[in-house]
Design a protein around this ligand. Sequence first.
Ligand code: CMC
Length: 438
Amino acid sequence: MTTLEAPVTSDVATLTIDGQTWELPIIEGSEGERAIDVSTLRGDTGLITLDLGYANTGSTLSDITFIDGEAGILRYRGYPIEELAEHSSFLETAYLLLYGDLPTKDQLNYFEERITNHTLLHEDIRHMYRAFPLAAHPMAVSAAVVGALSTFYPDSVDPLDREQVEISTYRLIAKLPTICAVAFKYAMGHPFNYPRNDLSYAENMLYMMFGLPTEEYEVNDTFTRAVETLLILHADHEQNCSTSTMRMVGSSRANIYASASAAIMALWGPLHGGANQAVIEMLHDIAENEGSARVFMDKAKDSNDTTRLMGFGHRVYKNFDPRARILKDHAHKVMDQLGESGRLLEIAMELEELALNDDYFVARQLYPNVDFYSGIIYESLGIPTNGFTPFFALGRMPGWLAHWREHHFDPRNKLNRPRQIYTGETLRSYVPIGERGG
Ligand code: CMC
């Protein structure tokens, strides 16, 4: 269970403004990360802090995930991502994120049963899909359907009722694959597949996407493991944009479905989860139009050009993203299994090689991130490009839920409401329209 303790150290930061001095406590996390606690700053001094993009701002204390961006370390509840990717299953990792410890066999069985009990969608939800154009992006459709779940389950929307939160947690993890798979099938004009509870979470997702009533569905272990690994690697990443959105929306006591819908929308952006789609589009562009990786790299380095090397760089990692290392290996395994030359994988490796030896990327500490290789795996599995980011959402759902629960279960948390420094017009009087110039 969470402890959410951040011991105050004996050190203090001293702040001097206009000759007056204040002492600000310094707190230290369990991995030695230190922060100046400014929670009383405005009351004491009348000043606020300004931090565009929040790069230096801790928005919360959290027991869930630890990242050391300089060393390329990622741990869920203390467990290294490499060990979880190798040994754990997605649902076991979800349990770990939600409840703090790895489950016993019985606990895992119970949790898996609860999830599989909730994989079906209410039949009326299916009518919603017909309201969208065929070309609708599945992230938009999924966010809409997830938000609409609150209308189907009004009995479980009280954010302060732990039992209701528990059942909504099961529902969101269980139903999101079905919600996304129905969106794909609808866009393809194929009949929808009902979930199969005899399959694992990853197997079931692939079945719902690719199974056809006309033929037997065959489970492929390499593909399943690649998807399972992707889901585990995506399961949490502390206070990223979509998780912060989940916490922000939840902090108003909006229900958990509304919060998750907002988080899906935040994930969609190409600077965040949408980068996996952007990477594959970039690789195709290089293969078809740019001619060479080097020409593209020059564009990405040109300050007069908005092109970026997608799948490179990270706000927190200033070293290799450990998730990218693991996925590179899986991309090769999937290619070997398919017996394909993997032209896109070749271009990706060429880009990586060029970037790692290029002064521009080295100086800015830009390394491959999780999205650099994930798109190649998705594409090799036959997932349509606009279906990549929904897989990221499936993976991230347990992390979003763990953070939402942590926020609500810690009485110290309150409405998230940042301040601003106003830079607009100062006081002026209303001018009637007939008296305005121009
Ligand atoms: N290609 C070219 N230049 C880049 C890139 C890139 N991918 N990323 C950063 N830079 C440059 C940027 O132009 C700036 O240069 P300068 O100092 O000369 O102005 C410098 O590096 C710092 O960039 P920034 O935008 O201030 O850094 P940030 O921490 O705000 O951005 C980022 C982080 C992930 C938004 C950015 O690296 C990026 O746009 N990467 C490509 C998109 C991407 O792959 N996103 C997925 C992130 S990982 C999955 C997830 O968490 O969702």
